[in-house]
Design a protein around this ligand. Structure first.
Ligand code: FES
Length: 108
C-alpha cells in the first residue's frame, strides 16, 4: 500500500499508508492527521483540504489542477503557491508511494 508523508506547518510529520484509489484528504482524515479539514467530503466545494505538494513530487502528482480546483484554490486561507493542490483531488496509486505533502498553517 502506498504511503503519504504529511508534514505539518511546524515541521512535524506523519507517514500514513493510504490505499490505492483513496485520496490524500481522506488518508489524513481517517488517520487523525491534523491540518486537513475536508469539510465537503471531497466534493470540490470547500478548499479546506489545501496542501502543498513537495517539490520532489510535483511532476509525478500531475496537474495542473482542473479549472474547478484552480477556482477553489483562489480562495484558500493560507498563501496559494505554485505547489498548492486540493488533497481530495490527489488519488493514490503505487506511482505515488512516498508522496510528501506539506500542510498549510490554517484551512480557515
Ligand atoms: S474536501 Fe472540499 S474541496 Fe477537498
Amino acid at each position: 500500500m502506498p504511503s503519504v508523508t504529511y508534514v505539518q506547518h511546524d515541521g512535524s510529520s506523519q507517514i500514513i499508508d493510504v490505499p490505492n484509489g483513496e485520496n490524500v484528504m481522506r488518508g489524513a482524515l481517517y488517520n487523525n492527521v491534523d491540518g486537513i479539514i475536508g469539510e465537503c467530503g471531497g466534493g470540490l466545494s470547500c478548499a479546506t483540504c489545501h496542501c502543498y505538494v513537495d517539490d520532489s513530487w510535483a511532476s509525478k502528482v500531475g496537474g495542473p489542477a482542473s479549472q474547478d480546483e484552480a477556482d477553489l484554490l483562489e480562495g484558500v486561507s493560507s498563501e496559494r503557491k505554485a505547489a498548492s493542490r486540493l488533497s481530495c483531488q490527489i488519488v493514490m496509486s503505487d506511482a505515488l508511494d512516498g508522496l510528501i505533502v506539506h500542510l498549510p498553517e490554517t484551512q480557515y
